[in-house]
Design a protein around this ligand. Sequence first.
Ligand code: SF4
Length: 328
Amino acid sequence: MKNKTKGIGLLSGGLDSLLAVKVLQEQDIDIIGVTFTTPFFGSEPGIRICPTTGITLHVTDIGEKHLKMLRNPVYGYGSQMNPCIDCHALMIREAGRLMESEGADFIFTGEVLGQRPMSQRRDSLRSVENLAGYPGRVLRPLSAKLLTPTIAEVQGLIDREKLLDIQGRSRKRQVALAGHYAIRDYPQPGGGCMLTNEGFAARLKELFRSYPEASLREVKAIKWGRYFRLPAGNVCLIGRNQSDNEKLELLATSDDLMARARDYPGPVGLLLSPSLVGEDLDLAARLVAAYSDAPSEAMVEVEWEHEGKSGIVVARRTARDDFRQYLV
Ligand code: SF4
C-alpha cells in the first residue's frame, strides 16, 4: 500500500505559511514544519502558530550558514542588507535535507506570486529552487495554479485542482481564507527581519568593512548599543540602557576591551576584539564618560579590562555631539 504523501513546510509564523498548511491538510497530506533561527530573525513566530496546525515543528539554527551566505550572496541584497533570494534558497536547502531524511515528497512555502518585489517574482521563485538544489520540488500552495506544476503534482501526489491562484500584494483573499479556516489570531506580514532595518544594515555593512572575518558573536553584539567606529579602526559599542549593558556584558570575552565609569551610573563600553588599542582607549573612555550620568565637564575615572590586564583612564565628561563623527 502506498504511504501518505508527505510535505515539509517552511513555517515563518505569518498568515500565508499557516494558510499553506491548511490548504494541504485538506488533501490529507502529512506535514512536518520547519522554522529557522539566525541572529537576524527568530523562530518564535513559527513556534507560536504551530499548535494551531497540529503539525510537528523542527527548529533549526542556521546562524553560521546564514552569516557565510550573507557576506557574498549570489543574488545580492535588497534595499538594505537583506539577501532575500539567497536566504530563501538556504532555507529551502535545509528543508530539502529534512525532506530527504524524513522520506517526504516535497517542500512547500506560503509564498505568494508577486507579493514581494525581490523574492516572490516568478523568476525569483525558480532561482531559489535552483540555487537550493531542489528544482521542481518546491510547492507554493497559495499560487500553485499560476506556476509550473511541481514534480509532486505531476506524479499525482498532490491534487493541483485543490490548490490556489492567489497573486499580488493585496491581502484580501488571504484574509477571507483566514475566516474560512476560523483563524483569528495571526501576525501582520513583514517587519521581522533585522536585515531590512536601515540602521542595523548600516552597522552590519560597517562591521564587515572593519572586521571582514566578523563572527556570529560580533554580529550579535552590534544588535545592542550605539555603534562607533574609532580612528584606530576599532568598533566601540556603548550600551543605551540597562538591557543593552547586560547583553554586552554577557557577550564580552577577554578579547574585548570593556570600560565603565567607576563613580557614576552609565553605560558599558565595549571595544570589540581590538587588535591595536592605541588612542582608541582614550576615546572609548571619553565616550563612556559622555554617556554616563556624570555632570558636564566632570573628570570621570573609567575602569577598563582587556586580556587579563586592567587600568583606569581619567576622561573629561564632554558633550555627546563631540563624537557624532564616529557614530554609525
Ligand atoms: S527579509 Fe530577511 S528573513 Fe526574509 S528572506 Fe529576506 S533576508 Fe531572509
